[in-house]
Design a protein around this ligand. Sequence first.
Ligand SMILES: Cc1ncc(C[n+]2csc(CCOP(=O)(O)OP(=O)(O)O)c2C)c(N)n1
Ligand SMILES: CC(=O)[C@@H](O)[C@H](O)COP(=O)(O)O
Ligand SMILES: [Mg+2]
Length: 632
Amino acid sequence: MGLLESISEPADLRRLDPSQLESLCAEIRRFLVSSVARTGGHLGPNLGVVELTVALHRVFESPEDVLLFDTGHQSYVHKLLTGRRAGFERLRQKGGLSGYPSRAESPHDVIENSHASTSLSYADGLAKAFQLQGRTDRHVVAVIGDGALTGGMAWEAMNNIATGDRPVVIVVNDNERSYAPTIGGMARHLATLRTTSGYERFLDWGKGVLHRTPVVGPPIFETLHGMKKGIKDIVAPQGLFEDLGLKYVGPVDGHDLPALEHALRQAKSYGGPVIVHAITRKGHGYEPAERDEADLFHAVGVIDPETGEPLAASGTSWTSVFADEMVAIGAARDDVVGITAAMCIPVGLDRFGKAFPDRVFDVGIAEQHAVTSAAGMATAGLHPVVAVYATFLNRAFDQVLLDVALHRCGVTFVLDRAGITGDDGASHNGMWDLAFLQVVPTLRIAAPRDAETLRAELREAVAVSDAPTVVRFPKGRVPAVIPAVGRAGGGDVLRREGEEDVLVVSVGAMAELALELADRLTAQGIGVTVVDPRWVKPVDPALVPLAARHDLVVTVEDGIRTGGVGGAVAQALRDAGVRTPLRDFGVPAAFLDHARPAEVKAEIGLTAQEISRQVVEAVARLAAPTEPSALS
Ligand SMILES: Cc1ncc(C[n+]2csc(CCOP(=O)(O)OP(=O)(O)O)c2C)c(N)n1
Ligand SMILES: CC(=O)[C@@H](O)[C@H](O)COP(=O)(O)O
Ligand SMILES: [Mg+2]
């Protein structure tokens, strides 16, 4: 039996002899490669934290001490060491292990939200609570990546943590990467600290030599130690962290277990806020990841474990169509610039960046800054395209509302991964944007249904200079063309068959479902018109008379029903005094467990089969003779 199988809880790890740890780490690495190659997942980030996570669980006693993982994509080793090895067979699958910490899975897990830069705020809150409860013996440890450290929340939290005397240990997992190399002053500062590792070695050397020097040695060391600041300034620039009031320990080799344990024990014994700066390598120990220029296997699909080559064909993605169209737009419009929040390749701005290197800006994991800096650019006459995953725009709502829309800035937001993304769990579904953006005055939303409408609607969006525009599309393969058979209601008619019984308003990528729904309804003798409005906000007034001519309106969208497009259409009908009943189908305002997108949609009834069942029922009810009302 391997060592890993002997560990069902962290106490088992702490009982291991230090001489066994190196082989344990090698076993964990082999397990990660073979297992994640079969399921897909965040292979690179987890290969980079094997020694760090082992050391954390040997020095701190989870769950009494609280271990927090920022973003959580690098928590696979933590899961292996807390008794969940068997669950990896179904990682990120329906009913299987989540790809992020999950309170339902283990008392060792706290942060389920996969949005970056939150861990230090959790840490500050937990530490304050423990202090009030008289439990300052409970350490709070937050593992935060160099990328997540570029997020504003992390600095808001550090500002608070630094003023306290609470035992918060911040472990900076510095692998110099988000997906790509981490940008900005923070990255530069970490690099400075990395290169001043001589400072620590100089101190350790001094301690060793002077302590061995009889009589005068120790007092000299104490004097030197007292002059530490002076030495540091000679050997290392004064740390930003220490300027804030945080003790700084490091930099320490994040793959050297004894050094890590030593540094973490130092931090644990300090009893106040302290930073441990660990230098790691994403993808460490797996050659295909180590040589992957793009993102060191940040997130992989099913791959050949020997070569690292992807085994699943993906086809043309929505992202790829956006990427190409941005290059074409950039060639025609030199005022168009691209902004990414540390995800240049994943959001498809890399081709634009290659073509126009000085017109793409990676701001780090800083969506709020991305949005308001775009307002600044637009104010100066540029047309910024802010490309983010839909779910990550959540945290920049105020910036969209009051920094962009209030000033009628011509900014285009391209929201990739809109709708149900599934595998990455509740915090990654791009299901909120259609609702929370409904309330933003002047802002317009386009939801393309295929590659052709994506290209057209992107061009239309960047042509708007006096209001914010949004173009949103899902993850994965894009249909080349879903043809229109005419125009009506201000949109494209995708199907017109039989009488005007049911009008289906199809939002964006729901077109394929809407057409299958039409097939099912016409098979039941129900006449259907399917219309794709293309621009779903504001509701086109021409939709109202079209709706008025039908017996029932059905809206389908891959966003939450609460406050979604369906609600906006219903309001437009009400405001016009049109009494045609409307049934809106979408995503419930709920936190949806991880599963394949199709499994999640089946679970919530967002399928043509389920919707047609309910629509047929509704049509039958409308056709049934009404009972003479007691009032008549
Ligand atoms: C708010 C937010 N924006 C973007 C992302 C997408 N994302 C996931 S992991 C990652 C990079 C994180 O880099 P780092 O914190 O250094 O962790 P590492 O992967 O290097 O371990 C990004 C940008 C996210 N999870 N949250
Ligand atoms: C952790 C994170 O936010 C991303 O890495 C997430 O896994 C998105 O993955 P896709 O790019 O495959 O949608
Ligand atoms: Mg990193």
